[in-house]
Design a protein around this ligand. Structure first.
Ligand SMILES: *Cc1c(COP(=O)(O)O)cnc(C)c1O
Length: 391
């Protein structure tokens, strides 16, 4: 069996001092904290030099030494990652910004950046001999886990809210997943999934409730560094739900410093949410460590309708340590900018990407973003599955 040469060491808790062996099947730490992966960065740096890296295929699997899969045969790959970093042609000049870029995640398999995290989680599930995966989802995560589970030959169950746009469940069914629709928000789906874990023994791959999705999402940080020739941008704007992308990139920057690839400079990390469900901006303003649950969440940006997140404190920590901020935008604003993205940049985005750009406009007005700042806005998903919302 060909080894990936992964330099993974063990698993540690983000809250307490607990450490776990890499081959243990784990969800959360026994203290309830999300689990993260640790690596031997010296060994990784020796094997994965910048020159070695440059010769590899541009997908997220080019960073194998700092990814947790041990055996190449367990890598479940549909070509995820390696997405374009597009310089803005219309919106940047309009807002007076000299260096605005879009990280275009719409081109990932299954139409969103959820592919990165779930490719990793499914690969590790296969490696650990798990064969039944369950996920609570607002849409994109379900599509992604269903596709990767199909490719790996694993069973899969997707729990989504009743009002999930139909295209998200059509592809799940085509991939052979069982789909169950639940009254309420993703929070209620999480409760139902937890019950099925208890009653029927499924393995949950809910956001940050297993250690591997974040390892897939962190590759966005590695890619950005490479695409900017290891000079990180000044500001990163990211539409946040469960927060794996934000927390994952923040982890990636620390890792790259340990690898000797970058210095201590860090982008200011900005979390965007919708006014109808904004627990992170509210907690950020209140200066508190954990975000209280948002009551009666409502927004067309389904991926942002996450009323409470197990990794809230990790998001808030990254935002604060980076001197970033957290902003809520209205559904009207995010829909307008979703249109502008299509009309002025040629990017057909889901509403979450529109939220990022709506946020950018506000930050320019506030003076948080300066005209000379190098800014990256994440366009996290494609508009094609949201036609009902967009038309
Ligand atoms: C899930 C999702 C988000 C939120 O991502 P997190 O990493 O969970 O914060 C944003 N945009 C889209 C399109 C999504 O599907």
């Amino acid at each position: 069996m060909p080894s990936t040469n992964s330099a993974v060491k063990d698993i540690y808790c983000s809250k307490c001092d607990a450490r776990y062996e890499i081959n243990k099947v784990l969800n959360l730490c026994k203290c309830g904290g999300p689990l993260l992966l640790d690596y031997d960065y010296e060994a990784a740096a020796e094997r994965m030099t910048k020159a070695v890296l440059a010769a590899r295929e541009f997908t997220m699997w080019r960073y194998l030494e700092v990814l947790p899969v041990l055996d190449c045969d367990n890598v479940v790959n549909l070509g995820e990652g390696g997405t374009s970093l597009l310089p803005s042609t219309g919106i940047g000049p309009q807002l007076g910004l000299a260096s605005l870029y879009f990280k275009d995640e719409t081109t990932n398999p299954t139409g969103s950046f959820k592919a990165r995290g779930l490719a990793m989680a499914v690969s590790r599930a296969k490696e650990l001999g798990l064969d039944r995966l369950i996920i609570p989802t607002a849409g994109n995560a379900g599509s992604a886990v269903a596709a990767y589970a199909a490719r790996a030959g694993l069973r899969c169950k997707v729990i989504a809210p009743k009002d999930v746009p139909e295209p998200f469940t059509v592809d799940c069914v085509y991939h052979g997943a069982e789909v169950e629709l639940v009254e309420g928000s993703i929070k209620d789906c999480g409760t139902r999934a937890a019950q099925l874990v208890e009653d029927e023994g499924w393995f949950s791959v809910a956001t940050l409730k297993e250690p591997y999705r974040i390892e897939g999402k962190k590759t966005m940080g590695y890619e950005l560094a490479e695409q900017f020739d290891f000079q990180l941008p000044d500001v990163i704007i990211y539409p946040t739900g469960g927060g794996t992308g934000l927390v994952g990139m923040w982890k990636a920057f620390d890792e790259m410093e340990k690898l000797g690839w970058i210095d201590g400079f860090r982008p200011r990390m900005v979390s965007v949410q919708a006014e109808g469900c904004a627990p992170i901006p509210r907690a950020f303003e209140q200066g508190i460590e954990h975000a209280a649950e948002w009551q009666n969440p409502s927004t067309v940006a389904a991926g942002l309708k996450v009323p409470s997140a197990v990794g809230d404190f990790l998001m808030l920590r990254a935002i604060r340590e980076s001197n970033g901020t957290a902003v809520a935008v209205s559904d009207d604003e995010l829909m307008i900018w979703t249109k502008h993205l299509a009309a002025r940049e040629g990017i057909f985005s889901s509403p979450e990407g529109g939220a990022s750009v709506a946020c950018l406009k506000k930050l320019v007005e506030f003076g948080f973003v300066k005209s000379t700042d190098k800014v990256v806005v994440f366009i996290t998903g494609s508009g094609y599955k949201y036609l009902d919302v967009l038309k």
